[in-house]
Design a binder for this molecule. Structure first.
Ligand SMILES: [Zn+2]
Length: 113
């Protein structure tokens, strides 16, 4: 599962941060997930629970921040919001869109102790 390796990556980042910033426990993680990232939020939560069991992030709250997909429309010459990678422009219906944002996943903030 794609989400499983993402969660393992997150845990790695948390453990590295714990070493450099000397915290022992992660209480809350705010995770920003773009609409075009292809990440399933439910799967993410499930995998996160499984991956963090017995680690510094066990019982941490996973807060998801949804970020809309953003694409540049060549016809409109502006950024438009899209929900899928191959959506048409909501304004003019053109398919000549270039994704410019909302295709990534990152840790936005951590609450630790
Ligand atoms: Zn357009």
């Amino acid at each position: 599962m794609h989400e499983m390796s993402l969660c393992e990556g997150i845990l790695q980042v948390l453990e590295d941060n714990a070493k450099s910033q000397q915290f022992k426990k992660v209480k809350t993680i705010w995770l920003e997930i773009g609409a075009l990232s292809g990440v399933e939020i439910e799967a993410m939560k499930f995998c996160f629970d499984a991956v963090t069991r017995g680690t510094l992030a066990e019982q941490a709250n996973l807060e998801i921040i949804n970020k809309p997909g953003l694409a540049w429309c060549m016809k409109c010459s502006k950024n438009v919001e899209v929900t899928q990678r191959f959506d048409e422009c909501p304004d003019c219906g053109s398919y000549q869109l270039q994704v410019v944002g909302g295709d990534e996943m990152k840790i936005k903030e951590l609450e630790v102790e």
